[in-house]
Ligand binder design. Structure first.
Ligand SMILES: C[S@@+](CC[C@H](N)C(=O)[O-])C[C@H]1O[C@@H](n2cnc3c(N)ncnc32)[C@H](O)[C@@H]1O
Ligand code: SF4
Length: 384
């Protein structure tokens, strides 16, 4: 199939590939990952086979984003990354100029690998920085220190790739000041995109137990909220636009692939535990690695869930996902959802959210305010 279609249009699709292999497991992580590399070669071969199985269904689609996520995709040898991207290009119509993102852990980034990734067609790298304070990195078992993360960012920026850095707010040992220091250093490192996640402690039993036993190691909710607002001001001053709850970008550097999730643009999901929205259906692959390998070995797609969305479910998704974006959603869509809801208190609460400036009506749209993002979960769950 052609690899040189003209540049993509707004309705072009995306494809996500999950690479579950990690060198070790970090204290907070609940993603589907494995630290046993023994199945990696067959996994890569079967991932290409999965792309072949979806190719017919996707034969009329054009893809202007490819996302290699994990796990730790940067753990693969660069030739394996090149081969995987080649297999995807051979089966799906990837447009010329497509955004091709690789998630990388700092310890894997060297100038030689960056060169090889770029030669394979990677043009955007999302680096799991998490913090630029050694004490915080050590507290969650990261394999890199702050100096290694800075060197990784530098190598990527120097090579001219589009670079994003992830930070986590709420790490053990983190203070508001140390968090803002990390953010300041990341913003000044040459990256054009920043993602900041609130630590989800409940995703790890070990971390949850630690927070209960040693609460003094963790920022309280109010301190986290203040740090979040200060972060947003700091990034805005440095030219980053807050475009989604957890994401900031320099103009034009928004993550094209991830924006598809929030705008409900079709994306395929390949690999263990991957999710997709395709042809009006939400599907999820099995999250067990042996089950994934077994399904593909017998020539079947490894799908565990497959739901055709009703118009009402699609409308709810448009609100819950669209409100994550700073541009928000149409006022009429919210009004219809409030009117159709069986939640008798929703109309009154919606009025309260406007009065408290958690939500802001702005022309034809409704969006979260900056402080509203902090309580977005409470609002969004009412529209599900
Ligand atoms: C899919 S993970 C993989 C990233 C990459 N393997 C790494 O460790 O740098 C993407 C991001 O999710 C975030 N993340 C993972 N677990 C989290 C948790 N429990 N709470 C908040 N953010 C989390 C981290 O910032 C991480 O960089
Ligand atoms: S945070 Fe990244 S490196 Fe750590 S276990 Fe999760 S996916 Fe693997």
């Amino acid at each position: 199939m052609s690899t040189s279609l003209p540049a993509g249009g707004p309705a072009d699709s995306g494809v996500y590939l999950h690479l579950p292999y990690c060198a070790s497991r970090c204290g907070y992580c609940a993603f589907v990952v494995t630290t046993d590399p023994s199945s990696q070669a067959s996994y890569l071969a079967l991932l290409a086979r999965e792309a072949e199985l979806v190719a017919e269904e996707a034969s009329r689609a054009r893809f202007d984003s490819v996302y290699l996520g994990g796990g730790t995709p940067s753990l693969l040898h660069p030739t394996e990354i090149a081969r995987l991207l080649e297999a995807v290009r051979a089966r799906l119509a990837i447009t010329e100029g497509a955004e091709v993102t690789l998630e990388a852990n700092p310890e894997d980034v060297t100038p030689e690998r960056v060169h090889a990734w770029a030669a394979a067609g990677v043009n955007r790298v999302s680096v799991g920085v998490q913090s630029l304070e050694d004490r915080e990195l050590a507290a969650v078992g990261r394999r890199h220190d702050a100096a290694r993360a800075r060197a990784a960012l530098d190598a990527l920026v120097t090579a001219g790739l589009s670079v994003s850095g992830d930070l986590i707010l709420g790490l053990p040992e983190q203070t508001a000041q140390s968090f803002l220091e990390s953010a300041r250093a990341l913003a000044g490192s040459g990256v054009d995109h920043v993602s900041v996640y609130l630590l989800e402690v409940e995703k790890s039993k070990v971390m949850e137990a630690d927070r209960r036993a040693r609460p003094e190691r963790y920022l309280g909710d109010d301190a986290q909220a203040d740090a979040w607002l200060a972060l947003s001001a700091l990034l805005a001053e440095r030219g980053f636009r807050h475009y989604e709850i957890s994401n900031w970008a320099r103009p034009g550097r928004e993550a094209r692939h991830n924006v598809k999730y929030w705008t409900r643009t079709e994306t395929l999901g390949l690999g263990v535990s991957a999710h997709e929205l395709w042809a009006g259906r939400r599907r999820a692959n099995v999250s067990s690695l042996p089950a994934y390998l077994a399904a593909l070995e017998s020539g079947r797609r490894p799908i565990a869930q497959d739901e055709k969305l009703t118009p009402a479910a699609a409308a709810r998704e448009r609100i819950v996902l669209g409100l994550r974006l700073t541009e928000g959603v149409r006022r009429s869509a919210i009004a219809e959802a409030v009117a159709a809801s069986s939640d008798a208190r929703l109309a009154a609460d919606y009025g309260d959210w406007l009065a408290a400036e958690v939500l802001v009506e702005d022309g034809d749209s409704v969006r979260f305010s900056e402080k509203g993002f902090l309580v977005s979960n409470e609002v969004l769950c009412r529209f599900v």
